[in-house]
Design a protein around this ligand. Structure first.
Ligand SMILES: C[S@@+](CC[C@H](N)C(=O)[O-])C[C@H]1O[C@@H](n2cnc3c(N)ncnc32)[C@H](O)[C@@H]1O
Length: 518
């Protein structure tokens, strides 16, 4: 009878793990995309050269810490000499195409960011845990969905998967050294397969040097791995069937058996996610997100920031109308993860201490024995207007800023102090109650023609500024609609950079009775 073989599905990519160690990757471009390519290349131990007239902060850091070579100019054709791979990440599509054509002439594999037809290969959404790399490709059809799929796969992996691989790698090497004969390769493989297929991954992760000696002994003595009793602080081992079963063990201390790099207690970092643009994360925030075991995220963290996270992301479950229950849900999960000794990042919009309940969270975790670290973020209150061309102070126009919340405890409206002409008022969480808030301002003698702006989704690709005055803004927003999150800015600084007539008027601060500030 004829044998039947699988039919190829076709249309996929050849998925391989490219050994690029010590080879040269040339990256053309100095922005955020280039930075993410550089990170991938360094993760694979490649020698990285970046060619770009300017570098974003992350690449400046990598250059100053000698991780990359930098040619501070535009690409020239001779850059391709002695180059094993080229990645372009520039906005000039024509130049990208030209570089890709040159690479093809020289048979150098090339990837041009966002120009699929020029790419010899694509980057995949990857998860990394020690030597374990999980990569998801959608063959460039849905890269964003690939991130989500990768996150889901990563979160389903047992804890310690990467360590388990390291330990098996060590044991495999020891067995080969002890029994190098090629004719025994099948025996070596069969013996190790019993460990790899049946032992719980968490248990493999906890193998220490003594355990590896014991296992090696069992191999040399020709004992089944199932018969080996390993003393660990886990309650499972193997029965003679090879499946996990409870076992009596010699008690040992955690210190003896745990991974020396693992903290006894977990670590919590409160990280400010900034306003929404991942390029505006601090270098430290980026590092914490990359090193986290789990990220507990506020609901409104924009997708591009979430996209840079490789580990599991947990967002508070929804409790309609009950924000405090969502907060408790995050506290509960945080404590669970910390008890497992994990690095937990609590990711908050903007800055954790500006209407972010950051202080409360510190007090809560401190009460439970954990002292969180804090990584500040760009706050929407100051940087939101700034990103939309509104300086919250401006010499001769505004010498003070007052930040208020439009939804205080129990949903109360803010207490607005009397009008000061040189003050910029920023009100968060208030656009939904815009009309009522404007009334409150009027009650405090704020003039009807005072410039007022609504700053929406600052730092996101769809940021927008809606401008009017105290008397017109509510009507304008009703007409044009509102995209949350947004904030209100009121004061003479609102139009100072956008309206030439106003600039003239304010060139002489005396016309407003304003005093100048240095
Ligand atoms: C609970 S407060 C958190 C503020 C945050 N901790 C910060 O420092 O930006 C949420 C409010 O911040 C404002 N907000 C947050 N992100 C924003 C953005 N990208 N653009 C405009 N306003 C934003 C909105 O008023 C929103 O209702």
């Amino acid at each position: 009878m004829a044998e039947s073989f699988r039919d190829p599905q076709r249309g996929g990519s050849l998925i391989v793990a490219w050994q690029i160690k010590a080879k040269t990757i040339l990256i053309v471009g100095g922005g955020a995309v280039a930075a993410s390519r550089v990170f991938n290349a360094l993760d694979a131990d490649a020698c990285v050269t970046v060619v770009a007239p300017e570098l974003c902060p992350e690449l400046q850091y990598r250059f100053s810490s000698a991780q990359i070579t930098w040619k501070d100019r535009k690409f020239v054709d001779s850059d391709l000499e002695k180059t094993d791979m080229v990645l372009t990440a520039i906005s000039d599509v024509q130049e990208s195409r030209r570089i890709a054509d040159l690479c093809k002439q020289h048979r150098i594999p090339v990837n041009a960011a966002d120009i699929n037809d020029l790419c010899d290969f694509w980057f995949m959404s990857t998860h990394r845990d020690h030597s374990v790399q999980v990569a998801v490709s959608t063959n460039s059809k849905a890269p964003r969905l690939a991130n989500r799929i990768r996150r889901q796969i990563a979160s389903a992996l047992p804890r310690g998967t990467g360590l388990a691989v390291e330990q098996i790698g060590r044991l495999r090497k020891r067995i080969r050294e002890a029994d190098p004969k090629p004719e025994n390769s099948k025996r070596r493989m069969t013996w190790l397969t019993q460990l790899c297929d049946y032992w719980p991954i968490e248990q493999l992760a906890k193998l220490d040097a003594d355990n590896i000696d014991t296992l090696l002994d069992a191999y040399v003595q020709n004992h089944d791995p199932q018969s080996v009793k390993i003393a660990q602080d886990t309650t499972t081992s193997l029965s003679s069937s090879g499946m996990p079963s409870p076992v009596m063990q010699t008690p040992t201390t955690d210190d003896h058996l745990s991974d020396p790099t693992e903290n006894k207690k977990g670590r919590l970092v409160l990280v400010g996610a900034g306003v929404g643009d991942p390029e505006l994360l601090t270098v430290r925030a980026h590092k914490e997100l990359k090193q986290a075991d789990i990220v507990l995220a506020d609901k409104l963290i924009p997708e591009p920031v979430l996209d840079i996270i490789d580990c599991e992301i947990y967002t508070a479950r929804k409790f309609p109308g009950a924000a405090s229950e969502a907060q408790e849900d995050l506290y509960r999960r945080g404590l669970e993860e910390l008890a497992k000794g994990r690095r937990v990042v609590r990711l908050k919009q903007g800055d954790p201490f500006v209407y972010g309940r950051g202080g409360e969270e510190i007090l809560f975790f401190r009460k439970h024995g954990y002292e969180p670290d804090v990584v500040p973020g760009l706050t929407s209150a100051i940087n939101g207007p700034g990103l939309c061309g509104i300086p919250v102070t401006h010499r001769g126009v505004a010498d003070q800023v007052l930040v208020l919340s439009g939804a205080n405890r129990n949903g109360d409206l803010p207490v607005v102090p009397p009008f000061v002409a040189t003050r910029t008022l920023v009100i968060l969480m208030a656009v939904k109650r815009l009309e009522r808030v404007m009334e409150l301002l009027r009650e405090q003698e704020f003039p009807d023609d005072l410039p007022v702006a609504i700053v929406e989704r600052a730092g996101c690709t769809d940021q927008r500024t809606v401008r009017g005055t105290l008397s017109t803004i509510a009507g304008i927003v009703e007409r044009v609609g509102h995209n949350a999150p947004g904030l209100i800015v009121a004061g003479h600084a609102v139009n100072i950079l956008s309206d030439a007539a106003i600039q003239d008027r304010y060139l002489d601060p005396s016309t407003l009775g304003l005093h100048s500030t240095e």
